[in-house]
Design a protein around this ligand. Structure first.
Ligand SMILES: Nc1ncnc2c1ncn2[C@@H]1O[C@H](COP(=O)(O)OP(=O)(O)OP(=O)(O)O)[C@@H](O)[C@H]1O
Length: 310
């Protein structure tokens, strides 16, 4: 049973087409990573799920309810960590939590929730004095109120240090273990890679890929990334590398010296010899397993090859 079902969703802001015929589903109990570069439409999608904005066309169900006509019930069963921090300067963490618990009709213990997010020491301090990371932790504690069936986290790692980011991942895992569905937008690949069952990559308002992390890696070439430092590069040589049967994508990173990042499934020597056939000197090369970062790059930059067309 899908927890979120987005069907041919289109949203225009005047002349700007933010979402174009977007369709996807998030299964109940799944941790779903929603990735995309700035301006791809992630926040717009989240705002439609919560009925903060209305679609231009299409239909969205959340927890099997129509997102537009049942938004109150959906919000009462959903925990939301919105983009940007919206704490009240004059209220303490405890007061924020009491407010959230009251408005959801829940009976959580504010102290326990703040302990979970590592903010227990600041429980009676006013949020006006909080760092960005502390405010983010507070917002996460508020999202957890009432053991929601669905958690919608918009860029949850914003402002968190590495410890905070790790704790956030642990909380996502715990929430998933108790059966919650987690929908989580990010452009931080490591976060997504570490916790998500499936990932959708949004680009210019369209879903360009949706799969498990392993599946996405395979789709860009068997999971190996070859990094080749060359003395120079030209379009002919780049195209020749891209047309090799085992190459998923090839991008140029940096110019002094130029470095090619090639997703390759199979023979790496073919890449090196193709470059040399074009009179290009290979100065250095290294291979590593493709990270989700490589996958993201190949789906969201124009310099990748036709993975989008697959
Ligand atoms: N209120 C608005 N009015 C006009 N255009 C908007 C509005 N909100 C978003 N847009 C446009 O819609 C597109 C999608 O924006 P959106 O904020 O949904 O992307 P995003 O993927 O969340 O980006 P980011 O990662 O930067 O938060 C962008 O082109 C943006 O400029």
């Amino acid at each position: 049973m899908p927890a979120i079902s987005v069907d041919t969703l289109t949203k225009s802001y005047g002349q700007t087409l933010a979402l174009s015929d977007l369709s996807f589903e998030v299964e109940e109990g799944e941790v779903f990573g929603f990735l995309g570069p700035n301006g791809a439409g992630k926040s717009t999608t989240i705002n439609v799920l919560l009925d903060f904005i209305r679609p231009t066309a299409g239909h969205v169900d959340v927890l099997e309810l129509d997102a537009q006509t049942h938004s109150r019930e959906i919000r009462s069963r959903t925990g939301v960590l919105p983009e940007g921090v919206e704490t009240y300067d004059r209220l303490t963490a405890r007061q924020h939590l009491e407010f959230a618990i009251d408005s959801k009709g829940a009976d959580d213990d504010p102290e326990k929730l703040l302990e979970r997010v590592g903010l227990h020491d600041a429980i009676d301090k006013k949020a006006g004095g909080y760092s960005k990371g502390m405010s983010q932790r507070l917002m996460l504690a508020m999202a957890l109120v009432g053991e929601p069936e669905l958690l919608i986290l918009d860029e949850p790692s914003t402002g968190l240090d590495p410890n905070g980011a790790r704790e956030m991942r642990e909380i996502v895992r715990e929430e998933s273990a108790r059966g919650a569905t987690v929908f989580f937008s990010s452009h931080i690949m490591e976060q997504v890679e570490a916790v998500c069952d499936r990932v959708g990559i949004l680009r210019d308002g369209e879903m360009v890929a949706i799969d498990t992390v392993a599946g996405l890696r395979d789709s860009v070439g068997g999971g190996t990334s070859l990094r080749v430092t060359v003395d120079r590069i030209d379009d002919d040589a780049l195209q020749a590398v891209r047309s090799l049967p085992d190459v998923g994508s090839a991008t140029v990173e940096g110019q002094t010296p130029p470095t090619l990042i090639v997703q390759v499934d199979g023979s790496k020597t073919a890449v090196l010899s193709t470059l040399e056939d074009h009179g290009i000197e290979v100065q250095d090369f290294a291979t590593r397993e493709a990270s989700l970062e490589d996958v993201f790059q190949s789906y969201t930059t124009d310099t990748g090859t036709g993975v989008e067309a697959r």
